[in-house]
Design a protein around this ligand. Sequence first.
Ligand code: BDR
Ligand code: CA
Length: 315
Amino acid sequence: MTAGPRTIVLDCDPGHDDAIALLLAAGHPGAEIAAITTVGGNQTLEKVTGNALAVATVAGLDGVVVAAGCDRPLVRDAVLTDPRTHGASGLDGPELPEPTVPLDPRHGVDVIVETVMSHPARTVTLVPTGPLTNIATALRREPAIAARVAEVVLMGGGYSKGNVTAAAEFNIYTDPEAAHVVFSAPWRVTMVGIDLTHQALATPDVVERFRTLGTTAGRFVVDLLDFFGPAYRAKQGFPAPPVHDACAVARVLDPGVMAVRQAHVDVELRGEHTTGMTVTDFAGRDGRALEHLVATELDVPRFWDLVVGGIAELR
Ligand code: BDR
Ligand code: CA
């Protein structure tokens, strides 16, 4: 029996790397996007939702549900990404098309719940690439989704470092309470954090591969990276920009593209200097179950073949 495409819900806050993740999921035959939901994160909910509709339009996703979810973290004030990283729009660089994909009037959280509950058990994979507010709220609204999803493969966290603070990565730092709910629920969570995503650097040869595609989607990615690259270099000293969120989609499409280790992940909620840290225990201290998977090493050539190949399928 051959496995068909994986049904996914992409919960995102585009964002340059969210946009590349979306294009990858849209183009690659190994994924079928059941819904795209947005969450306030890199920019306001209004902006990231507009961006998601524009990117879905570039991807030709005319029949796919796009719905706006939560506009702020569960209990804290919003922390928007420094505009030097994603620009004032959240997606500076490319010229965004007027969306032809309509906004679904339902709340994104309802869409997540309805999508999971209306598909056969364990067939929908949730792929959050922003703060985890929508996913945690969906779990609260309908706890039965925990037993029904195939798995949660999220971009966020890290086991050795942070990127907003020394300890915390942006998606988890923005809404640590939501992340705590998601990591504590009885479903399989794979954490694709910054230890992994910092290996996914869009170097000049990669940009050239997208340029060579000669397609609308290929040019769009080049325009994204032309903004994202200098932004990451100026702000964080990276030689090339890491396409964090595309790594989570890649893991779903081709699990062998990265090595994972079993671990127990706790989200720090009360640290003086460590709030939002994903405290990762690989050793099962005090008899803790190692119920999470944590991505550690990326097969870089295989990753870029997957991403460029997937996006090459788009017009
Ligand atoms: C994460 O933060 C956002 O800026 C990116 O889109 C990514 O999801 C990386 O820390
Ligand atoms: Ca993101």
